[in-house]
Ligand binder design. Structure first.
Ligand code: FPP
Length: 263
Protein backbone atom coordinates (compact mmCIF):
# COMPACT_ATOMS: atom_id res chain seq x y z
CA UNK A 1 0.00 0.00 0.00
CA UNK A 2 1.51 3.37 -0.99
CA UNK A 3 2.02 6.21 1.46
CA UNK A 4 -0.92 8.24 0.17
CA UNK A 5 -3.36 5.37 0.36
CA UNK A 6 -2.20 4.71 3.90
CA UNK A 7 -2.51 8.34 4.95
CA UNK A 8 -5.95 8.93 3.53
CA UNK A 9 -7.34 5.40 3.71
CA UNK A 10 -10.83 5.40 5.11
CA UNK A 11 -10.83 9.20 5.09
CA UNK A 12 -11.63 9.67 1.41
CA UNK A 13 -13.78 7.21 -0.50
CA UNK A 14 -11.80 5.59 -3.36
CA UNK A 15 -14.85 5.85 -5.61
CA UNK A 16 -15.48 9.54 -4.94
CA UNK A 17 -15.08 12.00 -7.84
CA UNK A 18 -12.37 13.89 -5.95
CA UNK A 19 -10.27 10.75 -5.55
CA UNK A 20 -8.24 11.54 -8.70
CA UNK A 21 -7.17 14.80 -7.12
CA UNK A 22 -6.40 13.12 -3.82
CA UNK A 23 -4.26 10.53 -5.58
CA UNK A 24 -2.10 13.39 -6.92
CA UNK A 25 -1.54 14.96 -3.49
CA UNK A 26 1.82 14.74 -1.79
CA UNK A 27 0.98 13.86 1.83
CA UNK A 28 4.39 15.17 2.91
CA UNK A 29 3.56 18.67 1.63
CA UNK A 30 0.16 19.38 3.10
CA UNK A 31 0.17 23.08 4.15
CA UNK A 32 0.13 23.61 7.89
CA UNK A 33 -2.01 26.72 7.66
CA UNK A 34 -4.52 27.67 4.96
CA UNK A 35 -6.19 31.10 5.08
CA UNK A 36 -9.24 31.85 2.95
CA UNK A 37 -10.80 35.08 1.69
CA UNK A 38 -14.37 33.93 1.06
CA UNK A 39 -15.57 36.18 -1.77
CA UNK A 40 -18.32 36.24 -4.37
CA UNK A 41 -21.47 35.63 -2.32
CA UNK A 42 -23.14 38.74 -3.74
CA UNK A 43 -22.31 37.80 -7.34
CA UNK A 44 -23.53 34.24 -6.80
CA UNK A 45 -26.88 35.62 -5.63
CA UNK A 46 -27.07 38.18 -8.45
CA UNK A 47 -26.51 35.44 -11.06
CA UNK A 48 -29.61 33.77 -9.64
CA UNK A 49 -31.56 37.04 -9.35
CA UNK A 50 -31.75 36.55 -5.59
CA UNK A 51 -30.94 38.97 -2.76
CA UNK A 52 -27.30 39.21 -1.65
CA UNK A 53 -28.10 37.53 1.66
CA UNK A 54 -29.07 34.36 -0.23
CA UNK A 55 -25.43 34.22 -1.32
CA UNK A 56 -24.25 34.50 2.28
CA UNK A 57 -26.65 31.75 3.35
CA UNK A 58 -25.37 29.49 0.56
CA UNK A 59 -21.83 30.42 1.66
CA UNK A 60 -22.36 28.54 4.92
CA UNK A 61 -22.37 25.24 2.98
CA UNK A 62 -18.97 26.15 1.56
CA UNK A 63 -17.71 26.91 5.08
CA UNK A 64 -18.86 23.48 6.28
CA UNK A 65 -17.32 21.71 3.26
CA UNK A 66 -14.02 23.55 3.74
CA UNK A 67 -13.80 22.75 7.45
CA UNK A 68 -14.52 19.11 6.71
CA UNK A 69 -11.97 18.88 3.88
CA UNK A 70 -9.29 20.59 5.94
CA UNK A 71 -9.91 18.18 8.81
CA UNK A 72 -9.72 15.18 6.49
CA UNK A 73 -6.46 16.42 4.98
CA UNK A 74 -5.11 16.96 8.52
CA UNK A 75 -4.39 20.60 7.87
CA UNK A 76 -3.37 22.06 11.26
CA UNK A 77 -4.90 25.52 10.86
CA UNK A 78 -7.71 26.95 8.76
CA UNK A 79 -8.44 30.68 8.98
CA UNK A 80 -11.55 32.15 7.37
CA UNK A 81 -12.18 35.84 6.67
CA UNK A 82 -15.87 36.13 7.49
CA UNK A 83 -16.43 39.84 8.19
CA UNK A 84 -13.99 42.71 7.74
CA UNK A 85 -13.94 45.93 9.77
CA UNK A 86 -14.96 47.64 6.48
CA UNK A 87 -18.00 45.34 6.10
CA UNK A 88 -19.85 47.42 8.72
CA UNK A 89 -20.46 49.89 5.88
CA UNK A 90 -22.79 47.43 4.14
CA UNK A 91 -26.59 47.92 4.33
CA UNK A 92 -27.92 47.34 7.84
CA UNK A 93 -30.12 44.46 6.75
CA UNK A 94 -27.22 42.61 5.13
CA UNK A 95 -25.07 43.03 8.25
CA UNK A 96 -27.95 41.82 10.44
CA UNK A 97 -28.42 38.71 8.29
CA UNK A 98 -24.70 37.95 8.33
CA UNK A 99 -24.73 38.12 12.13
CA UNK A 100 -27.78 35.82 12.27
CA UNK A 101 -26.10 33.34 9.94
CA UNK A 102 -23.01 33.32 12.09
CA UNK A 103 -25.10 32.66 15.21
CA UNK A 104 -26.93 29.87 13.42
CA UNK A 105 -23.65 28.33 12.29
CA UNK A 106 -22.24 28.35 15.82
CA UNK A 107 -25.41 26.86 17.25
CA UNK A 108 -25.66 24.10 14.67
CA UNK A 109 -22.01 23.23 14.15
CA UNK A 110 -20.67 23.02 17.71
CA UNK A 111 -21.31 19.27 17.76
CA UNK A 112 -19.45 18.80 14.48
CA UNK A 113 -16.52 20.86 15.73
CA UNK A 114 -16.37 18.67 18.81
CA UNK A 115 -16.66 15.50 16.75
CA UNK A 116 -13.71 16.60 14.58
CA UNK A 117 -11.71 17.76 17.63
CA UNK A 118 -11.56 21.29 16.15
CA UNK A 119 -10.50 24.21 18.31
CA UNK A 120 -12.51 27.30 17.35
CA UNK A 121 -11.23 30.82 17.89
CA UNK A 122 -12.62 34.15 16.68
CA UNK A 123 -10.16 36.99 15.98
CA UNK A 124 -10.78 40.68 15.36
CA UNK A 125 -12.74 43.30 17.28
CA UNK A 126 -15.32 40.83 18.56
CA UNK A 127 -16.57 43.43 21.03
CA UNK A 128 -18.06 45.35 18.03
CA UNK A 129 -20.45 42.47 17.28
CA UNK A 130 -23.94 42.25 18.78
CA UNK A 131 -23.70 40.87 22.33
CA UNK A 132 -25.66 37.71 21.47
CA UNK A 133 -23.19 36.83 18.71
CA UNK A 134 -20.12 37.77 20.75
CA UNK A 135 -21.46 35.62 23.60
CA UNK A 136 -21.94 32.60 21.33
CA UNK A 137 -18.46 33.06 19.88
CA UNK A 138 -16.96 33.08 23.38
CA UNK A 139 -19.04 30.05 24.31
CA UNK A 140 -17.92 27.97 21.30
CA UNK A 141 -14.33 29.12 21.87
CA UNK A 142 -14.36 27.96 25.48
CA UNK A 143 -16.23 24.70 24.73
CA UNK A 144 -13.62 23.73 22.11
CA UNK A 145 -10.58 25.08 23.97
CA UNK A 146 -9.30 21.61 24.90
CA UNK A 147 -9.57 20.21 21.36
CA UNK A 148 -6.26 19.25 19.81
CA UNK A 149 -7.22 18.64 16.17
CA UNK A 150 -7.43 21.50 13.69
CA UNK A 151 -7.39 25.17 14.73
CA UNK A 152 -10.31 26.94 13.07
CA UNK A 153 -9.90 30.71 13.28
CA UNK A 154 -12.65 33.01 12.06
CA UNK A 155 -11.81 36.68 11.45
CA UNK A 156 -14.68 39.00 12.37
CA UNK A 157 -14.75 42.79 12.45
CA UNK A 158 -11.17 42.20 11.39
CA UNK A 159 -8.61 44.57 9.85
CA UNK A 160 -5.02 43.53 9.22
CA UNK A 161 -3.75 47.08 9.68
CA UNK A 162 -5.70 47.42 12.94
CA UNK A 163 -4.19 44.14 14.15
CA UNK A 164 -0.69 45.61 13.70
CA UNK A 165 -1.79 48.88 15.36
CA UNK A 166 -3.21 46.85 18.29
CA UNK A 167 0.08 44.95 18.63
CA UNK A 168 1.98 48.28 18.70
CA UNK A 169 -0.42 49.69 21.31
CA UNK A 170 0.24 46.68 23.50
CA UNK A 171 3.98 47.19 23.14
CA UNK A 172 3.62 50.81 24.28
CA UNK A 173 1.34 49.85 27.17
CA UNK A 174 3.87 47.26 28.27
CA UNK A 175 6.62 49.88 28.11
CA UNK A 176 8.68 47.96 25.54
CA UNK A 177 11.34 50.31 24.15
CA UNK A 178 13.16 50.53 20.80
CA UNK A 179 14.93 48.83 19.12
CA UNK A 180 12.13 46.38 18.38
CA UNK A 181 12.48 42.97 16.81
CA UNK A 182 9.95 41.23 14.54
CA UNK A 183 9.07 38.78 17.30
CA UNK A 184 7.94 41.70 19.52
CA UNK A 185 5.16 42.44 17.02
CA UNK A 186 4.51 38.83 15.95
CA UNK A 187 3.95 37.67 19.52
CA UNK A 188 1.28 40.37 20.04
CA UNK A 189 -0.77 39.64 16.91
CA UNK A 190 -4.22 38.06 17.31
CA UNK A 191 -2.76 34.94 15.66
CA UNK A 192 0.39 34.80 17.78
CA UNK A 193 -0.25 31.12 18.56
CA UNK A 194 -0.46 30.10 14.87
CA UNK A 195 2.18 29.53 12.21
CA UNK A 196 1.99 31.98 9.28
CA UNK A 197 -0.32 30.79 6.48
CA UNK A 198 1.47 28.69 3.88
CA UNK A 199 -1.39 29.20 1.46
CA UNK A 200 -3.84 32.07 1.00
CA UNK A 201 -6.89 31.16 -1.10
CA UNK A 202 -9.23 33.78 -2.55
CA UNK A 203 -12.41 32.92 -4.40
CA UNK A 204 -14.25 34.84 -7.16
CA UNK A 205 -11.19 35.85 -9.16
CA UNK A 206 -10.27 39.05 -7.32
CA UNK A 207 -6.52 39.70 -7.06
CA UNK A 208 -6.47 41.53 -3.73
CA UNK A 209 -5.53 40.76 -0.14
CA UNK A 210 -8.17 43.14 1.25
CA UNK A 211 -6.52 43.95 4.57
CA UNK A 212 -6.35 40.27 5.62
CA UNK A 213 -3.46 38.96 7.77
CA UNK A 214 -1.12 41.60 6.33
CA UNK A 215 1.82 40.70 8.55
CA UNK A 216 1.29 36.94 8.45
CA UNK A 217 1.06 36.49 4.64
CA UNK A 218 4.54 37.91 3.97
CA UNK A 219 5.64 34.62 2.37
CA UNK A 220 2.31 32.86 1.77
CA UNK A 221 1.59 31.33 -1.60
CA UNK A 222 -1.49 32.98 -3.10
CA UNK A 223 -4.08 30.98 -5.03
CA UNK A 224 -7.00 32.72 -6.71
CA UNK A 225 -9.89 30.76 -8.18
CA UNK A 226 -12.77 32.03 -10.30
CA UNK A 227 -15.18 29.84 -8.30
CA UNK A 228 -17.61 31.95 -6.26
CA UNK A 229 -17.55 31.18 -2.55
CA UNK A 230 -21.01 29.52 -2.31
CA UNK A 231 -19.88 27.02 -4.99
CA UNK A 232 -16.53 26.23 -3.33
CA UNK A 233 -16.38 22.54 -2.40
CA UNK A 234 -13.94 19.74 -1.64
CA UNK A 235 -12.61 19.46 -5.23
CA UNK A 236 -11.91 23.22 -5.32
CA UNK A 237 -10.06 22.97 -2.01
CA UNK A 238 -8.03 20.03 -3.31
CA UNK A 239 -7.15 21.95 -6.50
CA UNK A 240 -5.83 24.79 -4.35
CA UNK A 241 -3.65 22.37 -2.37
CA UNK A 242 -2.35 20.76 -5.57
CA UNK A 243 -1.48 24.18 -7.01
CA UNK A 244 0.32 25.00 -3.75
CA UNK A 245 2.31 21.77 -3.95
CA UNK A 246 3.62 22.78 -7.37
CA UNK A 247 5.04 26.04 -6.07
CA UNK A 248 8.72 26.39 -5.28
CA UNK A 249 8.78 28.21 -1.96
CA UNK A 250 11.95 30.25 -1.72
CA UNK A 251 11.39 32.67 1.17
CA UNK A 252 13.62 35.13 -0.67
CA UNK A 253 16.39 32.57 -1.33
CA UNK A 254 17.44 30.85 -4.58
CA UNK A 255 15.33 28.13 -6.25
CA UNK A 256 15.65 24.61 -4.91
CA UNK A 257 18.33 22.69 -6.91
CA UNK A 258 15.89 20.33 -8.66
CA UNK A 259 14.05 23.28 -10.18
CA UNK A 260 17.12 25.35 -11.12
CA UNK A 261 18.09 25.66 -14.76
CA UNK A 262 20.99 23.40 -15.62
CA UNK A 263 24.01 24.28 -17.74
C1 FPP B 1 -17.90 38.10 0.56
O1 FPP B 1 -18.84 38.09 -0.48
C2 FPP B 1 -18.38 37.38 1.72
C3 FPP B 1 -18.67 37.95 2.95
C4 FPP B 1 -18.50 39.37 3.19
C5 FPP B 1 -19.22 37.16 4.06
C6 FPP B 1 -18.74 35.77 4.25
C7 FPP B 1 -19.61 35.10 5.25
C8 FPP B 1 -20.13 33.85 5.18
C9 FPP B 1 -19.82 32.91 4.12
C10 FPP B 1 -21.09 33.35 6.20
C11 FPP B 1 -20.69 33.36 7.65
C12 FPP B 1 -19.35 32.77 7.96
C13 FPP B 1 -19.08 31.78 8.82
C14 FPP B 1 -17.65 31.48 9.18
C15 FPP B 1 -20.10 30.91 9.45
P1 FPP B 1 -19.39 39.46 -1.07
O2 FPP B 1 -20.70 39.74 -0.44
O3 FPP B 1 -18.36 40.55 -0.90
O4 FPP B 1 -19.56 39.08 -2.59
P2 FPP B 1 -19.45 40.02 -3.88
O5 FPP B 1 -18.04 40.52 -3.93
O6 FPP B 1 -19.80 39.10 -4.99
O7 FPP B 1 -20.47 41.12 -3.70
Amino acid sequence: MDQLTQQFQGVFDAGAPEYDLIARLNPARIPRHVAVIMDGNGRWARQRMRPRVAGHRAGIEAVKASVETAVRLRIRCLTLYAFSAENWQRPEKEVKTLMELLEEYLQRELNTLQKYDVRFRPVGHIEDLPEAVAGKLRFVESETEGNRGMNLTVALSYSGRQEIVDACSRLLEEGVRAPLEEKDIQSRLYTANLPDPDLLVRTSGEMRVSNFLLWQIAYSEIYVTEVLWPDFRETDFLKAILAYQKRDRRFGAVPTPSLQETG
